[in-house]
Design a protein around this ligand. Structure first.
Ligand code: HEC
Length: 253
């Protein structure tokens, strides 16, 4: 019983103090409080919806999100009609048809997000030789996850005087090597939010980060709910087994 209590305590404490067990995290990241962090973490749907707007209006010019389909947006509160109208803003190459030819058609809710480039080569040519990675899983692919992305997007500063920045590169305090081929994408009011949330640089970065945490793990909430259910189940069954054990052994001296 004591062991069980200790295990429960450790799990709860680690979620409160966010003891992060993943290795290799950069020490100089400023940690943020995210609603999806911790044992009882949940997504903030309106932040994710705003983040999707930021992705569409700012990042989608250079980055794709190939693992998410338009209809997945239903999970963050978009209606079927909204999803249909969002999808129909994009064109997709489909085919071959009965004549063996490829053809363009409007995207449907079941299509994956349409990316900005036809292939990797086109992406590199458009970005000075650098490859803008697909953002579907980016918060899983970098140590520090959401905090890394938040700090990276906030990490554009004036370079120190003695540092020479190569052509087409930008100074960023967080990116390894401090020179990144992505121009600073987010400034105050680069988007206008429909829900009248003030579009400060910090708010926009928080929203797009939340959105990209969702694209990397849309099932995060179910996973956490399942974890809590399993724990409750284990506690109940342990108590029941203890009661049975006491009953069976009660007459033995
Ligand atoms: C003008 C094109 C452009 C826009 C707009 C843009 N990016 Fe990028 N992004 C790039 C390029 C190019 C790279 C590759 C950088 C490199 O290799 O130095 C990159 C890299 C990244 C990386 C990977 C950094 C790493 O650690 O490797 C992330 C994350 C990222 N972008 C997020 C975003 C987000 C979020 C937005 C929208 C708010 C955005 N980008 C808008 C061009 C762009």
């Amino acid at each position: 019983m004591r062991l069980l209590i200790k295990i429960c305590l450790i799990i709860c404490l680690s979620s409160f103090f966010k003891i992060n067990v993943s290795a290799g995290e950069k020490a100089d990241l400023i940690k943020q409080n995210w609603p999806f962090d911790g044992f009882f973490g949940r997504f903030d749907q309106s932040s994710i919806q705003r983040g999707f707007q930021v992705y569409r209006e700012v990042c989608a010019g250079c980055h794709g999100i190939k693992y998410i389909a338009y209809r997945d947006l239903a999970n963050v509160g978009f209606t079927t009609d909204e999803i249909k109208s969002i999808a129909s803003e994009y064109e997709i190459l489909d085919g071959p048809n009965d004549e063996g030819e490829m053809f363009d058609r409007l995207a449907k809710p079941s299509d994956k997000f349409v990316g900005p480039y036809l292939n990797d080569k086109e992406a590199r040519v458009a970005n000075n030789g650098a490859y803008p990675p697909d953002l579907s899983l980016i918060t899983k692919a970098r140590a520090g996850g959401a905090d890394y992305l938040y700090n990276l997007l906030n990490g554009y500063k004036d370079p120190p005087e003695n540092l020479e920045i190569s052509d087409g590169m930008y100074f960023n305090t967080i990116y390894p090597g401090n020179q990144i081929a992505m121009p600073m994408p987010i400034v105050d009011e680069i988007v206008e939010y429909e829900d009248e949330t003030p579009a400060t640089q910090d708010q926009i970065i928080r929203d797009v980060t939340s959105f990209l945490v969702w694209t990397a793990e849309p099932e995060l909430e179910e996973r956490k709910v399942l974890g809590i259910r399993v724990l409750i189940f284990l506690i109940i069954i342990t108590l029941m087994l203890l009661a049975v054990k006491r009953k069976v052994w009660k007459d033995v001296e």
